[in-house]
Ligand binder design. Structure first.
Ligand SMILES: *[C@@H]1O[C@H](CO)[C@@H](O)[C@H](O)[C@H]1NC(C)=O
Ligand SMILES: *[C@@H]1O[C@H](CO)[C@@H](O)[C@H](O)[C@H]1NC(C)=O
Ligand SMILES: CC(=O)N[C@H]1CO[C@H](CO)[C@@H](O)[C@@H]1O
Length: 296
C-alpha cells in the first residue's frame, strides 16, 4: 500500500508550476495539494448507519464529499463528488438535453436528504463553469465525466465542516485488486418505484474487466474508460438517480474516488453490474480543467 500513497511526482511538479498560490494541504493527492486551502480530503467522520434493503441510510457526515445537483426548477438531477473546494466531479450524461453554457444548476453540499433542508449543515452553490469531457459519447457513455466549478452567493467555494469535505483522487493508473470492497453513495432509486430521497450507501465489489466484458455481461459495451462493480448476490447496485455520484474505496484509512456512477442495465439485476467511469484515467484531464491550462 505504500506505493499507492506515494505522490505522483510528475503531476505534483506540474501542479506546483501551474497553480498559484501553492498552498500545502495534508491530502496526498497533488491536485488537492495545490488547490486546496482549507479542506483536508477524505478524513472520515463518525459512521452511523441505518440498515435497509439494498444498502443503508447514511448520514452525510460519513460521505461528506457527496454533492447533490439540482436543475434551476428545483428538480434533483444527479449526484457528484467534491474533489477540491471549488470543484464537483460528476457524470457527463447528467447534462444531456441541457445547454452547458447556461449552467442552470444548483449544487448542495452537506445534504442528507434531497427533499429536506438543513440550513446548519448545507452549503448552496451556483455553477460558474460546466466542463463536459469533449470526447463524451452519448450513445455508449464513453468518457462519461464532467466537472462543475461552484461558487456561493458571496463568490466563495466549499468550506470544510463535519458535513462537507473533499475526497481524494487516486494517483493515475492505480489499480485495486478484483473483489476489493468499495462503497457507492447516492440519493437514487431504491427500486423501480421511487427515489430514496435520503442518502444511502451500499457496498459493492470490483469486478475484473474481462468478467464485465464477457458475453453474459456487457461484452464490448464496456470501454477502457469504464469498470464494473457489483454485489456477489446482485442485491446492491447503483440505480437511476445515483448517476454522477461516487464509488469510493478505502485505502490505508483514506477514502479515494475511483468511480463515477455511469450506467447499468436495470438495477441490481443478475449479470448486469453497475458501470462506473474510471476516474484514474482522467487525472490529467482533471488537472487541466482545474488549473485551466493546456498540457500535452
Ligand atoms: C423525505 O423523504 C423521505 C423518504 O421518502 C420521507 O421519509 C420524509 O418524510 C420526507 N421528508 C419530507 C420533509 O417530506
Ligand atoms: C460513439 O459510440 C458509438 C457506439 O459505440 C460508435 O458507433 C461511435 O463511433 C462513437 N462516436 C464517436 C465520435 O466515437
Ligand atoms: C484550457 C482551458 O480550459 N482554458 C480555459 C480557461 O478559462 C477561460 C475563461 O473561462 C476559457 O476561455 C479557456 O477555454
Amino acid at each position: 500500500m505504500m506505493q499507492f500513497l506515494q505522490l505522483d511526482m510528475m503531476y505534483l511538479l506540474l501542479c506546483c508550476r501551474l497553480c498559484r498560490p501553492l498552498v500545502l494541504c495534508l491530502c496526498l493527492h497533488p491536485l488537492t495539494l495545490c488547490i486546496s486551502t482549507e479542506l483536508t480530503c477524505s478524513q472520515k467522520s463518525e459512521r452511523k448507519q441505518y440498515r435497509i434493503v439494498g444498502g443503508s441510510f447514511t448520514p452525510i457526515e460519513s460521505q461528506p464529499w457527496v454533492a447533490a445537483i439540482f436543475t434551476r426548477r428545483g428538480q434533483f438531477l444527479c449526484g457528484g463528488s467534491l474533489i477540491a473546494p471549488c470543484w464537483v466531479l460528476t457524470a457527463a450524461h447528467c447534462f444531456e438535453g441541457y445547454d452547458p453554457s447556461e449552467k442552470e444548476f444548483t449544487v448542495y453540499l452537506g445534504k442528507s436528504a434531497i427533499n429536506e433542508t438543513n440550513a446548519l449543515k448545507e452549503q448552496k452553490f451556483i455553477v460558474q463553469k460546466l466542463v463536459i469531457h469533449r470526447q463524451y459519447n452519448a450513445s455508449n457513455y464513453n468518457y462519461d465525466i464532467a466537472l462543475l466549478k461552484i461558487k456561493n452567493k458571496d463568490g466563495g467555494c466549499a468550506v470544510k465542516s463535519p458535513s462537507t469535505r473533499t475526497v481524494c483522487l487516486p494517483p493515475k493508473d492505480t489499480q485495486l485488486p478484483v473483489g476489493y470492497k468499495c462503497s457507492i453513495v447516492g440519493y437514487g432509486k431504491e427500486n423501480a418505484w421511487g427515489f430514496s430521497k435520503i442518502l444511502k450507501e451500499g457496498q459493492v465489489n470490483l469486478l475484473s474487466q474481462s468478467e464485465c466484458r464477457s458475453k453474459d455481461y456487457y461484452g464490448d459495451k464496456v470501454t477502457g474508460n469504464m469498470f464494473c462493480a457489483a454485489k456477489p448476490n446482485w442485491r446492491i447496485d447503483a440505480c437511476k438517480g445515483d448517476s454522477g455520484g461516487p464509488l469510493v474505496c478505502e485505502v490505508a484509512g483514506r477514502m479515494f474516488l475511483f468511480g463515477v456512477v455511469s450506467w447499468g442495465d436495470g438495477c441490481a439485476q443478475r449479470n448486469k453490474p453497475g458501470v462506473y467511469t474510471k476516474v484514474t484515467n482522467f487525472n490529467k484531464w482533471i488537472l487541466k480543467t482545474l488549473c485551466n491550462v493546456s498540457l500535452v
